[in-house]
Design a protein around this ligand. Structure first.
Ligand code: CAA
Length: 684
C-alpha cells in the first residue's frame, strides 16, 4: 500500500503521507506524491491541494537508508518540480520538522502554513551533502541569500516564528492543522499567477547588487568550516542562485553529485546512524523499564560536579549538590551561576531561565541530604580510597532503588560497586569536560550493573541532551584508554626528534581541534602528576616540577602571552634535549607520516583491543566517543571508519614498520590483524 493517500474535502484534494517514523521521502513516497499531483491536475473538480503528514512530523528529509544504493525514479528534484508545476495551488501543511528534502518539498509548494511548534531546516550539510532538490535555489529566493547561507551551512533549524518572519511560512495555524490548511487553500484557490518560488527574484536581486556577501560569509566562518567540503559547496550553490533558476539548479546538481560520491559524505552519513545505534544497549531484555528519576544528587562542586549539575538543572530536574566546606560550595555554585549568566549574555537563555535553573539547585554540606535522590553522581577527586569511602557512606544513606553513579574517568566501577551492598545499582557516568557543554557521556556498565539501571542512564542521557555510549570496565574506558598510546607515542617522538609544534600540526591538519600537547596545556600538564618535584622520570615530570602546568600558568609545552597565544618554548626544547641525552636517544628527522602511524594508527590498534576485550558494544560506538568526546573530525567518520578508509592492511603494515619504536608493552591487536588479513572492515 502506498504511504501516500488522497481524499477530497470540497474542492480541495488532501494528500496525506503516512510513512513512519519520520515520513522520510523514500521511493514510495516520492512516487505517491507525483501521482497525487497528477490526480489533482487531471481532476477538474479539484481547485487546490494540501500536502500534509501523519505521525510525529512533516517529511524529515530524504530516506538516508537509500543513499549509496541505485536511486529509483522519480528522484526528488523531479518530484519538487512537478509539485511546483501543478496548475492548482498547492499548500504545504507543516508540523514537526520540515527538514532537508522535506523543506524542499514545502518550498516547491505555492504556499506554506505551519503550527507554531514546527521547525524548518536543511541539515544536509551534516550529512556531507547539500540541499540538492532545488533547496539551494529556492531557499535564497524565499528567505534571502544570507539566511539561506546560514541555514544551509549550519544545518540548524529555525522555528515557525522566524520562518514566518523570513517569508518561509505564509500563515501560522493555531489549532487543528488539517482543517485550517484546507480553509487556507480555499482562500487562495483562485489567485493567479501561482506564486512559484523558483520564479521569484526580489530577494536574490539584493545579493546580486552586493556579491561580496559570499566572500564575507566565507571569511567569517572559515574556522567553523575548516576541513569540511560541504559548506563550501553549499556557498557555491547558493551563489549560483543569482543566475536564472534553470541554470542555478544545474550547478546545484553537479555540486551535489560531487559531494555525494565523496568520502566525507559517506563518513557523515555513516555517523548519523552510528549515533543512533549507540543508544541501543545490547544484552538487556527488550521490555526493561527505566527507573523514575525526579531528583539528582551530585557530590563535589568542582568543575566537573558543577558542570554535571547544570545538565540536570537545564533539563528541569532538581539537583542537590554536596561539598565538604562552605567556601568550596559557594565557589562551585558561584561558577555555575556565572556560566549560566554567560550563556544568557550570548542570548541563548533568558534571565528568567537562569533563575529557574538555579532555583532547582539545593547546595548542602550534608551527605545525608541525598537520601531522597533517585540518582546520585559522585564527582570528587580521582582516588579509589576516597571513592570507596563515599560509596560506603552512600550505601547507608541512599534510598532503596537509587542509582549510585561515579564520574570516574579511569577507575574500576566494579571495585567501587564492591564496597556497597547493592552493586546492581552502581554504574559509571563519565562526563567530559566542560560537562555542561560536551555532548558525550560514557555509561560504564559494571559486571553487576542491572539492566534497568543501564536503560535509565541511556534514557536520562537523552533527556539532558547528551549522546551516551556504553563502555565496559577497563582502564580509561573507551575514550581515555585510546588517549594513552597516543600520548605515550607523542612523548617518545619528542625524544626522537619531533617538536610539540610538529606533532600538534599533524593532528590539527588531520582535523582534530588541537594536538596532544595543546590538549595537555589546556587540560593542565599537572593532571595526574605525582606532585613530587624531586621525582623527575620523564619530560612531563620535568615540566610539572618547574610549574609549567599549561595555559593556566602561562607556560606548558608552549609559552603563552597574556592573551594565551602560544609560541614554541626554548625551555621545553632544552628539557627535551636533556632527556634525549639522559636516555641516549638519537635525534633524527621525523616525518609527518611517522607521526600519523605512531599516534593515530596506535589509537586504532587500541580501539581494536577494546573491541576484542568486549569493552565497546560495536566499532561505531568508538567513533561516537571520539567525535563527541574529543572532536575527531566527523568528516572522517571516527577512528574506526577512518581506519577502514585508510585500509586495515595499511594500518597493520604501518604499525609493523614502527614496532621497534613502539615500546616493549605495545601489543598488536589480533582482531585488527585478522580483519586486515581477511580484507574485512570494522564499520561496514
Ligand atoms: N531517513 C531515514 N531514516 C531516518 C531519517 C531519514 N531522513 N531520519 C530519521 N530516521 C530514522 C532514525 O534512524 C531512527 O531510526 P531507528 O528508530 O531505527 O533508530 C528513527 O528515524 C527516529 O529518528 P530519531 O531517533 O533521530 O528521532 P527523533 O525524534 O529524535 O528526531 C528527527 C527526529 C529530527 C527527524 C531526526 O531523526 C533527524 O534529524 N533526522 C534527519 C533529518 C535529515 O538529516 N534530513 C535530511 C536528509 S538528506 C536530504 O533530505 C537530502 C535531499 O533531499 C537531497
Amino acid at each position: 500500500m502506498s504511504p501516500i493517500s488522497t481524499k477530497k474535502h470540497g474542492d480541495v484534494l488532501i494528500v496525506t503521507s503516512n510513512n513512519p517514523p519520520v515520513n522520510a521521502l523514500g521511493h514510495a513516497v516520492r512516487e505517491g506524491l507525483v501521482k497525487a499531483i497528477e490526480e489533482a491536475d487531471a481532476d477538474e473538480s479539484v481547485k487546490a491541494v494540501v500536502i500534509i503528514c501523519q505521525g510525529q512530523t512533516y517529511f524529515a528529509g530524504a530516506d538516508i537508508t537509500e543513499f549509496g544504493k541505485p536511486m529509483q525514479m522519480p528522484m526528488l528534484p523531479i518530484v519538487v518540480d512537478r509539485i511546483e508545476a501543478c496548475t492548482k495551488p498547492v499548500v504545504a501543511a507543516i508540523h514537526g520538522t520540515a527538514l532537508g528534502g522535506g523543506l524542499e518539498v514545502a518550498l516547491s509548494c505555492h504556499y506554506r502554513v505551519a503550527v507554531p511548534t514546527a521547525k524548518f531546516g536543511v541539515p544536509e550539510v551534516k550529512l556531507g551533502i547539500l540541499p540538492g532538490a532545488g533547496g539551494t535555489q529556492r531557499l535564497p529566493r524565499i528567505a534571502g541569500v544570507l539566511k539561506a547561507l546560514e541555514m544551509a551551512t549550519s544545518g540548524n533549524p529555525i522555528g515557525a516564528k522566524e520562518a514566518a518572519h523570513v517569508g518561509l511560512v505564509d500563515r501560522i495555524i493555531e489549532g487543528d492543522l488539517e482543517p485550517h490548511a484546507v480553509a487556507f487553500a480555499e482562500e487562495v484557490r483562485d489567485i493567479r499567477p501561482l506564486p512559484k518560488t523558483s520564479e521569484r527574484d526580489d530577494k536574490v536581486a539584493e545579493a546580486r547588487a552586493n556579491p561580496a556577501i559570499f566572500d564575507e560569509f566565507r571569511k567569517a566562518n572559515a574556522k567553523k568550516f575548516r576541513g569540511f567540503e560541504a559548506p563550501e559547496a553549499v556557498i557555491k550553490a547558493v551563489e549560483a542562485s543569482l543566475k536564472p533558476y534553470a541554470e542555478g539548479v544545474l550547478d546545484e546538481r553537479r555540486l551535489f553529485m560531487e559531494l555525494m560520491t565523496g568520502t566525507q559524505a559517506r563518513a557523515q552519513q555513516y555517523f548519523f546512524f552510528a549515533e543512533r545505534k549507540a543508544a541501543k544497549v545490547e544484552n538487556v531484555p527488550e521490555d526493561t523499564k527505566p527507573r523514575d528519576i525526579r531528583k539528582v544528587g551530585v557530590i563535589g562542586a568542582g568543575t566537573m560536579g558543577g558542570g554535571i549539575s547544570m545538565n540536570f538543572l537545564s533539563a528541569g530536574i532538581p539537583v542537590t549538590i554536596v561539598e565538604m566546606e562552605q567556601a568550596a560550595l559557594d565557589r562551585g555554585t558561584g561558577v555555575m551561576l556565572k556560566n549560566y549568566e554567560a550563556t544568557a549574555a550570548k542570548g541563548r537563555m533568558t534571565a528568567e531561565q537562569v533563575g529557574q535553573a538555579m532555583g532547582l539547585l539545593t547546595p548542602t554540606l550534608k551527605l545525608e541530604d541525598l537520601a531522597d535522590c533517585d540518582l546520585i553522581i559522585e564527582a570528587v577527586f580521582e582516588n579509589m580510597d576516597v571513592k570507596k569511602d563515599i560509596f560506603t557512606k552512600l550505601d547507608a544513606i541512599a534510598k532503596p532503588g537509587a542509582i549510585l553513579a561515579s564520574n570516574t574517568s579511569y577507575l574500576s566501577i566494579d571495585d567501587i560497586a564492591a564496597v556497597t551492598s547493592r552493586p546492581q545499582d552502581v554504574v559509571g557516568l563519565h562526563f567530559f569536560s566542560p560537562a555542561n557543554v560536551m555532548k558525550l557521556l560514557e555509561v560504564v556498565r559494571g559486571a553487576r550493573t542491572a539492566p534497568d539501571v543501564l536503560v535509565t542512564a541511556m534514557q536520562l542521557a537523552k533527556r539532558i541532551k547528551k549522546v551516551a555510549v556504553v563502555a565496559g570496565v577497563c582502564y580509561g574506558f573507551i575514550g581515555n584508554r585510546m588517549l594513552i598510546p597516543r600520548q605515550m607515542q607523542a612523548m617518545q617522538l619528542l625524544l626522537e626528534g619531533a617538536t610539540p609544534q610538529q606533532i600538534d600540526k599533524v593532528h590539527v591538519e588531520f582535523g582534530m581541534p588541537m594536538g596532544p600537547f595543546q590538549m595537555s596545556d589546556l587540560a593542565g600538564v599537572d593532571i595526574g602528576w605525582h606532585r613530587d618535584p624531586t621525582r623527575i622520570e620523564n619530560i612531563r615530570d620535568a615540566l610539572a616540577a618547574e610549574g609549567r602546568w599549561g595555559q593556566k600558568k602561562g607556560a606548558g609545552f608552549y609559552d603563552y602571552d597574556d592573551k594565551r597565544n602560544p609560541s614554541p618554548s626554548p625551555r621545553v626544547a632544552e628539557i627535551i634535549d636533556e632527556f634525549r641525552q639522559k636516555t641516549g636517544t638519537a635525534q633524527r628527522e621525523i616525518s609527518d607520516q611517522e607521526i600519523v602511524e605512531r599516534t593515530l594508527y596506535t589509537m586504532v590498534n587500541e580501539a581494536a583491543l577494546i573491541l576484542e576485550g568486549g569493552f565497546a558494544q560495536r566499532a561505531s560506538d568508538i567513533d561516537v566517543v571520539w567525535v563527541y568526546g574529543y572532536g575527531w573530525p566527523v568528516y572522517r567518520g571516527g577512528p574506526m571508519f577512518w581506519a577502514d578508509t585508510e585500509g586495515l592492511s595499511r594500518i597493520v603494515e604501518g604499525i609493523r614498520n614502527q614496532l621497534p619504536r613502539l615500546g616493549k608493552d605495545f601489543k598488536l591487536s589480533e582482531l585488527l590483524v585478522s580483519k586486515a588479513e581477511a580484507g574485512e572492515k570494522f564499520t561496514r
